[in-house]
Design a protein around this ligand. Structure first.
Ligand code: UGA
Length: 443
């Protein structure tokens, strides 16, 4: 099948590469010429395990091509997948300008019927807007060409995007057209062999499913973080409570890890967009509002833990903190809405210096904070600890799980750890002379 993908971000690139890898003939289009030229050289704009090899392999085979030319892009695919960004605008609503400009382009350049598939995360009703925009452009050009617009939200996780795409839990497709149904079945057939993962529904339900899924997951995280707060006050241990509730299959173990709260490019943006939609409709979404508030509070509570250890924010002036982890979660260099940023910035505001180590996000750190005299980017996790008054652990990268505590202690000026991800066993650390703070466990 000939497929065009608009947008070479996480979703677009992973979708394009994985569809090409199973034999589809894919063309990825982006308006960013530098990005397209780098991709043509086999250089990826993002770090995503397994993706580079697939891009190189499929490009070499000729199944995956890149272009900045909208005419070529629209001509290529019988199916046009829109996977461009929907960043929040100043009100928190999803900004649809990129999605609608692709719709405009498809309308302007199409010379044969097309199936247009919206994969970007978009508010309910956007597929209708896309259809209206394409129809308006066709009308302007006196064309009565036929097209369909379907919703096909993406559920992949950064850091596991390739395997999530290749082994999906479900493939949601919003369409009521039998023709589109059969086209989408054909596209996804290689990923749908052993079990039928395709869930067909109406367009609006598919659009809402995406927001509901992210809101539900974010709710679990804020819920456990709220219980962690209670646990701290009650002298209980959230890690025990997590196991205790997760063993109930109705609850399950996923997404109930207490920590610094959720970050990334999806949950914060989608929660705010959903709240915005609810507001517009005059619906009260108090649960989702609370999810967002708790998530914000989680970061400030952690900072408060640090400041109260030292006897007030003013006491942080001149101190040095080693920070392990900047990316919003492991296995990605994405630092959008990373909780670490809020912590680091609070430490700076109090006059402290940060010695940062992250296994892959150094380039992102330099782009964001380069040139600051109160930031040292360390070459490895131990070097970050040299002379530090405390370690602040923000992201649970695998290499932080079992460090050499003796080596750590010998490099730091004080054996103090603020662990935002509950990676270590409190009794063990305290037994070795560490002052150890974590989330939702007795101090
Ligand atoms: C999330 C969803 O998991 C995907 O299904 C969805 O497709 C994607 O958003 C999207 O909308 O595109 P992602 O943002 O890559 O994926 O990351 P997650 O692995 O879901 O983690 C989100 C945040 O929650 C991270 O900051 C993570 O540290 C935090 N988290 C996760 C917790 O604090 N506790 C947990 O138990 C789980």
């Amino acid at each position: 099948m000939h497929i065009t993908i608009f947008g070479t971000g996480y979703v677009g690139l992973v979708t394009g590469a994985c569809l090409a890898d199973v034999g589809h003939d894919v063309m990825c289009m982006d308006v960013d010429r530098d990005k397209i030229e780098s991709l043509e050289r086999g250089e990826l704009p993002i770090y995503e395990p397994g993706l580079a090899a697939i891009v190189q392999r499929t490009s070499a085979l000729g199944n995956l091509q890149f272009t900045c030319d909208p005419f070529r892009a629209v001509a290529h695919g019988a199916v046009q997948i829109i996977a461009v960004g929907t960043p929040p605008d100043e009100t928190g609503a999803a900004d649809l300008q990129h999605v609608l400009s692709v719709a405009e382009s498809v309308g302007r350049h199409m010379a044969a019927p097309k199936v247009v598939v919206v994969k970007s995360t978009v508010p309910v009703g956007t597929c209708d807007q896309v259809a209206q925009r394409i129809r308006a452009v066709l009308d302007r050009h006196g064309s009565d060409l036929d097209f369909d617009v379907a919703s096909n939200p993406e559920f992949l996780k950064e850091g596991a995007a390739v395997t999530d795409f290749q082994r999906p839990d479900r493939i949601v497709v919003g369409t009521i057209s039998p023709r589109v149904r059969s086209v989408m079945s054909e596209i996804y057939e290689p990923f749908n062999r052993n079990h039928d993962r395709l869930l067909f529904m109406d367009v609006r339900s598919a659009e809402l499913t995406k927001y509901a899924a992210n809101a539900m997951l974010a709710t679990r995280i804020s819920f456990i973080n709220e219980v962690a707060d209670l646990a701290e006050h009650l002298g209980a241990d959230i890690e025990q409570v997590r196991k205790g509730i997760g063993s109930d299959p109705r609850i399950g173990y996923d997404f109930i890890y207490a920590g610094l709260g959720y970050g990334g490019s999806c949950f914060p943006k989608d929660i705010r967009a959903l709240l915005h939609t609810a507001g517009q409709l005059g619906c009260k979404a108090s649960l989702i509002e609370a999810v967002e508030d708790i998530n914000q509070r989680q970061k400030s509570r952690f900072v408060a833990k640090i400041t109260s250890h030292y006897g007030g924010a003013h006491k942080l002036r001149g101190k040095t903190f080693a920070v392990w982890g900047l990316s919003f979660k492991p296995n990605t260099d994405d630092i959008r809405e990373a909780p670490a940023r809020a912590i680091i910035e609070a430490l700076w505001n109090a006059g402290a210096t940060v010695r940062l180590f992250d296994p892959v996000a150094h380039a992102a750190a330099i782009r964001l904070y380069g040139g600051r005299s109160d930031l040292v980017i360390a070459p490895d996790k131990y070097a970050a600890l040299d002379g530090a008054d405390a370690l602040v652990l923000c992201t649970e990268w695998r290499e932080f799980r079992a460090p050499d505590f003796r080596e750590m202690g010998s490099r730091m000026s004080s054996r103090t750890i603020f662990d935002g991800r509950n990676l270590y066993v409190p009794e063990r650390l305290r037994g070795e002379g560490w002052t150890y703070y974590s989330i939702g466990r007795p101090a």
